[in-house]
Design a protein. Structure first.
Lengths: 226, 264
């Protein structure tokens, strides 16, 4: 479902004398439907960078990335937008939303985007927020004032609202307590059971061992110094 | 059944090709080309004098470009709006196209009531029944969160945010397919901006609108636009998916723009 072949990335900083920062080279992996794969390696090794490239948020410089047969590297915006809407979910570490939009609507939005009627979308959003133990009093409020853990749960609910065939999870359990971490791990297991291909970053080794089928060490994809 | 099919059309709604406008020796905008697809929102950013407003004016037919084409899907075929007859172009401006000005007073009739401002657009496309017109105007005022008891007030009695919402209602009441917006949230308080952004996002999704938004505010395009075009000195220096251009900018000027934004 998710395939990276010989992927390379470097950043060129034009306003700092054209400094070039090589981040990845020769990165290859594949994630099959129903499988959860963890990216591992020290901070700064390029785990989030690779996830962002798969999501189309960073450009791919060399190699090829496909999701469900759709070529992300070099795709036009329209293709990436459609892929994100229908097939590729992403739970990032940060929640970016229009200020003051209620949490419930933030979670329902991906469903509305694929054509759900409003009432059904809101009902599913509420069920997810309830499952993640977000207090009902917060559902009508914009998440920008929520605590880190509350924002993270809104973000997870949003990422799991639509049954995407492929999911990217960047530290989905990072700021959660034990009870909510267990809920998220259950949601990941259910997504696997319905056949989703999942690629994740989990610093918490217990969480990683609980849901991941195997690990890919990103240290192997470090560019060689010129 | 919760889902309805989302159609994926094969022709762009708008296709801009080689659009150039100069002011004597000075470049307004030069050789701008892109396709806009149904349902897409495109942002155009750049600093003052970058040519973004000139480009918008040329596309919307307010300014005549020196060269280039502005092709619009009319009944399944792309037609160059720059060579349309004047009556056809005016009709386009009243039906399929809408233009939201930065200053609401440029897009409103300040001496006419709020209801009249919305109803007037309906009459321009042939509505005649007073009761129907008033009912549809009331419905639109409600959608942009203007209270029913303000319907007979003139926009001069409205706040800046209300005037802007009224302008949006006036523009969208006729069900356009393409909306041009020039700094739609400029000059408004931050709290009013947020509400307007949410309103615009909802309307764009519900009506399947396409929009082109000119702004200098990167936060606005991040939240509203699917795609982004960055202009400098009249030329497009970079374009792509909005979050990609903002998070992984390739051009030195875009990198400078992104790194210059104040964080709160």
């Amino acid at each position: 479902m998710i395939v990276c072949e010989n992927v390379a990335k470097r950043f060129t900083l034009h306003n700092q004398g054209g400094a070039v920062l090589p981040v990845l080279s020769g990165a290859s992996l594949r994630v099959a439907p129903g499988e959860c794969v963890a990216l591992t390696g020290a901070s700064g090794v390029g785990k989030s960078t690779l996830m962002r490239m798969i999501h189309g948020n960073y450009l791919t410089e060399g190699g090829r990335i496909t999701v469900g047969g759709v070529d992300v590297s070099g795709a036009d915006p329209r293709t990436v937008l459609r892929l994100r809407r229908e097939r590729l979910g992403y739970v990032s570490q940060f929640l970016r939303v229009v200020p003051r939009v209620p949490a419930r609507d933030v979670v329902a939005e991906p469903l509305l985007a694929v054509g759900w009627v409003r009432d059904a979308a809101l009902a599913r959003a509420e069920a997810l927020l309830a499952r993640l133990n977000l207090p009902r009093a917060l559902w009508d409020l914009g998440p920008s004032t929520f605590s880190g853990g509350e924002q993270q749960r809104v973000n997870i609910a949003r990422g799991f609202a639509h049954d995407y065939p492929a999911l990217l999870l960047d530290e989905p359990t990072a700021s959660l307590d034990a009870a909510n971490r267990a809920v998220v791990l259950d949601m990941i297991r259910e997504a696997k059971a319905r056949g989703a291909a999942i690629l994740g970053i989990f610093h918490d080794a217990t969480a990683r061992d609980a849901v991941c089928d195997r690990c890919v060490d990103m240290g192997a994809f470090r560019p060689q110094p010129a | 059944m919760n889902m309805h099919a989302t159609p994926t059309p094969d022709t762009p709604l708008l296709s801009v090709r080689g659009l150039t406008r100069t002011y004597g020796a000075r470049i307004g905008c030069a050789d701008v080309s892109f396709d806009l697809w149904p349902g897409e929102v495109m942002g155009i950013v750049g600093e003052s004098g970058s040519g973004k407003s000139t480009l918008l004016s040329c596309m919307a037919g307010h300014l005549v470009p020196d060269t280039g084409e502005v092709l619009f899907d009319m009944g399944g075929t792309l037609r160059d709006t720059l060579t349309l007859s004047e009556p056809d172009r005016r009709r386009l401006g009243r039906t399929d196209w809408a233009f939201v000005h930065q200053h609401a007073r440029d897009g409103l009739r300040m001496g006419v009531s709020a209801g009249g401002n919305v109803g007037e657009r309906l009459m321009a496309v042939g509505a005649r029944h007073y009761g129907d017109i008033r009912a549809r105007a009331a419905d639109w005022l409600d959608r942009v969160e203007i209270a029913a008891d303000r319907m007979d007030d003139r926009p001069t009695a409205f706040s800046g945010g209300m005037q802007q919402r009224l302008q949006i209602a006036r523009n969208l009441v006729t069900g356009p397919r393409l909306v041009f917006m020039d700094e739609p949230t400029g000059g408004l308080d931050v709290s009013v901006q947020a509400r307007l952004l949410d309103l615009l996002r909802g309307l764009v999704r519900e009506m399947g609108l396409s929009a082109i938004i000119v702004t200098h505010d990167l936060a606005v395009v991040r939240l509203l636009a699917d795609r982004l075009m960055v202009m400098k000195d009249g030329r497009v220096v970079e374009q792509g998916l909005t979050d990609q251009v903002l998070d992984d900018p390739q051009h030195g000027y875009t990198q400078l723009l992104v790194s210059s934004v104040l964080q709160v």
